[in-house]
Each structure stands twice: as C-alpha cells, then as structure tokens.
Write a protein that binds this ligand. Structure first.
Ligand SMILES: CC(C)(COP(=O)(O)OP(=O)(O)OC[C@H]1O[C@@H](n2cnc3c(N)ncnc32)[C@H](O)[C@@H]1OP(=O)(O)O)[C@@H](O)C(=O)NCCC(=O)NCCS
Length: 329
C-alpha cells in the first residue's frame, strides 16, 4: 500500500468566534423601518427560520474573528501554534486584496512553521478548504492543518435590499486536522457550475483606485433555494457512496446554514430525521464560509457530536459551488 492511502486526517479540535453584537429580527425591522423598508420578525422566521444574527462592529475584521476561532480550536486540540504546518482560510470577505487572510492569522497566532493561503468558494468555502487540507495531509505534505471559515458578510450587503440583508451574519469557525493512522475524513466531493453565477454574486472589484461594478451581494432567492436543495441531496448521496456507507448511517448532518427550510427539505429528501440535523441558522443567520465550522463547533461543545460518530458536512453557494465531506469524529 502506498503512503498516500495509509494517512488519514483526523479532526482533533474546533473553535469559533461570534462578534458580541446581536441583532434580532425586531431590531433589524425597526432599523430598516427608519429608512422606509418594511420587514418583520414574522416574515423572516416563517421564510427562513432566522431569529437573530451577530454583526461585527465597524473596524472588526475577518482576520480578527478567524484568529480568535483558530486560537480556540488549537486550545481545544491541545496543539501549539508552532506545530501547525498549513493554514487554509475560506472567506469571501478578506481583510485585503492581499496579503491573504490566512497570512494575517498565521502571524497573529505565531504559526511560524505554516504555509498559509485563502480559498474562495463563497458559502462552500469551508468544504473546499477542508478538502484541500485533507489532500495535503493524505499526500504527506502537511501533518497539522488549521482550516478556518471566517466572514464579515455584513460589509457586502445592500442594507436597502430586504430580500438579502435579513439573511446574513458575521462570524468564524475553525478546526484542527492532524495526520493519523485512524480513519477521519472518509470521503469528499467538490463541484462547481460557473454558468449559474448570476443567481448569487457580488460582482464588483477594486481597480484603478476605485470600486468598479456592483460591490453588493445580489441574489435570485428562489433559484438559489431550488438549486441548493437539489445539489445538497445529490452530493450527500455521492459522498456516502464513495465512503461505502448508507445515508441512514449518518449521525449528524451539518448543511450550510442558509435557511431552515432548505435544511428541512434536504433532510426530508435524504430521509434523515430532523433531530439529526444541526441547526444554528436561527441564531447566526447565514455566515457563508463560517456557517459549517460554527455549527460543528456548537454541536461538539454541547456534547451532541461524540467521538466515533459520522458527520456529513455540506456547503452550497456562489459560483455556483457545492460539496460535502464525511468525517468520522
Ligand atoms: C430569500 C428567500 C427567503 C425569499 O423567500 P421566498 O419565499 O422565495 O419569497 P419571495 O422572494 O418570493 O418574496 C415573496 C414576497 O416577500 C417579499 N419580501 C422579500 N424579502 C422580504 C423581507 N425581508 N420582509 C418582508 N417581505 C419580503 C418580496 O418582495 C415578495 O413580495 P411580493 O410578493 O409583493 O413581490 C428565499 O427565496 C430563500 O431563502 N432563498 C435561498 C437564499 C439563500 O439561502 N441564499 C444563500 C445560499 S448560499
């Protein structure tokens, strides 16, 4: 057997960080009303399941939230920053054009032996980052990786568009992966379809000293909804089949936390009871690349996810991108 197939990556720690300011649906509705925009707690809860979101204060950055989540994940794993040899950060709201947010976090935590880079796959970003780090570990190119999803999505929202601004929040989540001879990440699958760009995008950039294009997130909600349910169902089956397990054997499903109706529809299609789906979208709203590691950390810390259990992590988002990873805890 080659060295490549005998190494697994094992998830040995997790951590997360939410900015302290909580904005309830009522707070948000009152704020939007001052600008003549009508929404309500009832509409938001009925259509999305979201009850509140955390919003970073002006000046608080993705790298700051990611650094705190990373420190908590390292502490949980009992790993010193000097042991980390790879940092992969998933974000669509980096601090700068460059350097990468991963490099900023590398310096903040003092991971002096680590390579560091960002990946950009929007709300699927954490699954892309996790799969990338797993591939490094399985190939023998890294032994201890920090994988982080961190966002300040509130910065790219058009706060006059009630169809999008009520849906998102800020936060960060992180995991530590270590090379192991015991099975950890069992299988993963990543997909993309750039022809669907228009249904979810923030199609602006910085050029010639100014923002060009549209700097705000734009979305066709219903098209995204349908696509998300369809691909999350399919990719869960693909990844289960690759690992040689039945979908019914999954202990916990952690889909990207976009909308509780999407989560319920996926669970129904997969014939998984809703009690086995981790839901944090009610508390955090959609934190893009941070949503899956945040939900994973919540469910590990409250004791729901136990060692040895099978956890399916799933992402879907702009690009379009989607993917899943099956992890033996
Ligand atoms: C965005 C989403 C919640 C909208 O729900 P929906 O049931 O599709 O609602 P619609 O877009 O059809 O809008 C229905 C009505 O509510 C209105 N509406 C939209 N946002 C509103 C808000 N925040 N408050 C009150 N009314 C609102 C619309 O203007 C529309 O009014 P109209 O019928 O008078 O035109 C839903 O499509 C969704 O969750 N999509 C997926 C989004 C997502 O998860 N994106 C991230 C993926 S990574």
């Amino acid at each position: 057997m080659s060295a490549v197939t005998s190494i697994w990556s094992k998830l040995v720690g997790s951590g997360s960080c939410l900015p302290p300011r909580v904005v309830s649906n009522d707070d948000l509705a009152a704020d939007l009303a001052t600008r003549g925009i009508e929404t309500s707690d009832q509409w938001i809860v009925e259509r999305t399941g979201i009850r509140q979101r955390h919003i970073a204060e002006r000046g608080v950055t993705t790298s700051q939230l990611g650094t705190e989540a990373a420190k908590r994940a390292l502490a949980d794993a009992g790993v010193d920053a000097s042991e980390v040899d790879l940092i992969v950060v998933a974000t669509s709201t980096p601090d700068f054009v460059f350097p990468s947010t991963a490099c900023l976090i590398q310096a903040n935590i003092g991971a002096t032996n680590a390579a560091a880079f960002d990946v950009q796959a929007v709300c699927t970003g954490f699954i892309y980052a996790l799969t990338t780090a797993d591939s490094f570990i399985r190939a023998g190119r890294a032994r201890c990786a920090l994988v982080i999803g961190a966002e300040v999505f509130s910065r790219i929202l058009d706060w006059s568009d009630r169809g999008t601004c009520v849906l998102f929040g800020d936060g960060a989540g992180a995991v530590v992966l270590k090379a192991s001879d015991e099975p950890g990440l069992l299988s993963a699958k990543l997909h993309s379809d750039g022809s669907q760009m228009k249904i979810l995008c923030a199609a602006g950039n910085v050029a010639y000293g100014e923002v060009t294009g549209d700097p705000f997130l734009r979305m066709e909600g219903q098209a995204v909804f349908k696509l998300a349910v369809n691909v999350l169902d399919k990719v869960a089956r693909e990844v289960s089949e690759e690992a040689g397990i039945s979908v019914a054997d999954i202990d916990w499903l952690i889909p990207h936390q976009a909308n509780v109706r999407i989560l319920n529809a996926v669970a129904r299609k997969l014939d998984l009871p809703s009690e086995r789906v981790v839901v944090t979208v009610d508390q955090h709203a959609n934190t893009s690349a941070a949503s899956v590691p945040l939900a994973l950390d919540v469910a590990r810390r409250d004791g729901r996810i136990k060692p040895g259990q099978l956890v399916m992590l799933q992402g879907v988002g702009g690009g379009f991108t989607w993917g899943a990873a099956l992890v033996r805890m």
